[in-house]
Design a protein around this ligand. Structure first.
Ligand code: S3P
Length: 442
């Protein structure tokens, strides 16, 4: 077991092996939530045992749901759509935006009062985007500090169906409204500017809800009878992304990442790798619990810059930090645009990515809605031209995806890469540093 408190990453000579990554975070959250409001038992195999998904479990336990967890195996004793009971304490969502926004849709339909709160980061994340549609449905939801952020107070019950046109391509907003739609008579719909991840639509169908999708519009029929399910959670492509990039940018790399969710609404990073000229193959393509899954094989590649924008962005939004690291090692410029959403993630990821890339000697600049990375254009600490990036102290802002993306950069950098908060990886990938050790040849 590595000591996550004082992590140092150094350059690797080669990277070889066959690995699996932890279960998909989005699917793990949804499995617990949908299981809790279904009748009977839901069993999740391959659950992500990370801090965010534990927050979801803890919230439902506080509402009377019996949940047992043994590592990646979770059993939820569902009580049906109206079976949650009023929590006696504040529901603590920790660092998890997905917990906050999805659970709000369920709480808005549940006839009791509840309060949601989380850590310092959650208390700055925009919740107006879910408060607006929930209020249109008749919900009583308030931001206690009046700043459209958590803590939120929700007095649930008496919702009505709406046709919501969402200004943001956000699966969290879409899912919140669809979940609230379960508590309404008739059909609720959500139209997005660009299609976001569709795990809610796929999984709710499996639980017995009537869900339909037409291009960027999802419809749900209210008051279904949801029945507990057996779900196998595939590996998280957002976690696989670190090792995909490592396998492309490190010398002498040959990696097989098994059991990766490659749902097209999530797999934009694979397209970007192809656009940049990566040696990447998809093996053993199959469907697991309604989701597309494959094994990804990558070897060291000569990459070239590209443009990442438009409809691609929602399909890779969480992978942009590690895509930016990959772009640093591609010939020519990479432009990332239409990604202003990065500013309202666990940290302002435009700033976090650009500042840390610069501190390692990558020439790049922020833009209003993304960044420009001048690939293979490096400077040393004195600002003179250099042949490689150099180790640095990474300022993570306690953002798990920043820590992991720059750990991958550290595998290529000369010298040592350290972190102000290496432990923040527990949010989505507690074993991350150990996995690096299993494939790294020093
Ligand atoms: C998620 C949706 C995305 C993503 C987040 C997980 C989900 O957020 O960034 O990590 O599980 O629905 P947005 O919906 O806010 O884009």
């Amino acid at each position: 077991m590595m000591n996550n408190k004082s992590m140092t990453i150094t350059k690797c000579k080669s990277l070889k092996g066959q690995i699996t990554v932890p279960g998909d975070k989005s699917i793990s959250h949804r499995g617990v939530m949908f299981g809790a409001i279904s009748d009977g038992i839901t069993e999740l195999n391959g659950f992500l045992d990370g801090a965010d998904c534990r927050s979801t479990i803890s919230c439902f336990k506080k509402m009377g749901i019996n949940i047992t967890q043994d590592n990646d195996h979770v059993i939820i004793h569902g009580k049906g759509l109206n079976g949650l009971s009023q929590p006696k304490e504040i529901l603590d969502v920790g660092n998890s935006g997905t917990t906050t926004r999805l659970i709000s849709g369920i709480l808005a339909g549940s006839a009791f009062e509840s309060t949601l709160n989380g850590d310092a980061s959650i208390q700055t994340r925009p919740m107006g985007r879910i408060m607006t549609p929930l209020k249109m449905m008749g919900a009583d939801i308030t931001s206690i500090k009046g700043n459209d952020c958590a803590p939120l107070k929700i007095n649930g019950g008496n919702l009505h169906a709406i046709d919501y046109i969402s200004p943001v391509a956000s699966a969290q907003v879409k899912s919140c409204v669809l979940l609230a739609g379960l508590y309404c008579d008739g059909i609720t719909s959500v139209t997005e500017p660009v299609l976001s991840r569709n795990h809610t639509e796929l999984m709710l169908q499996g639980f017995g809800a009537e869900v339909k999708s037409e291009n960027n519009k999802a419809f749900i029929a209210g008051r279904p009878k949801l029945i507990g399910q057996q779900i196998t959670v595939p590996g998280d492509i957002s976690s696989a992304a670190y090792f995909i990039v490592a396998g492309l940018i490190c010398e002498n790399a040959d990696l097989l990442i098994e059991n990766v969710n490659c749902n097209p609404t999530r797999a934009g990073i694979l397209k970007v790798c192809e656009m940049m000229g990566a040696n990447i193959e998809y093996l053993n393509q199959r469907i697991v619990s309604g989701e597309e899954v494959c094994d990804v094989h990558i070897t060291t590649s000569n990459l070239h810059g590209t443009k990442v924008d438009g409809d691609l962005i929602p399909t890779l939004i969480d992978e942009i930090p590690v895509i930016a690291v990959m772009a640093a090692f591609a010939d020519g410029d990479t432009i990332i645009a239409d990604a202003a959403e990065l500013k309202v993630k666990e940290s302002n990821r435009i700033d976090s990515v650009v500042n840390n890339l610069k501190s390692m000697g990558v020439v790049c600049e922020p833009t209003e809605d993304g960044m420009i990375i001048h690939g293979r254009n490096f400077v040393n600490e004195s600002g003179d031209k250099a042949s490689n990036i150099h180790g640095a102290k990474i300022i993570t802002k306690s953002d798990h995806r920043i820590a992991m993306s720059f750990a991958i950069a550290g595998l290529v950098a000369d010298g040592k890469t350290t972190f102000d908060d290496p432990e923040c990886v527990v949010i989505s990938y507690p074993e991350f540093y150990n996995t690096i050790e299993t494939i790294k040849n020093k």
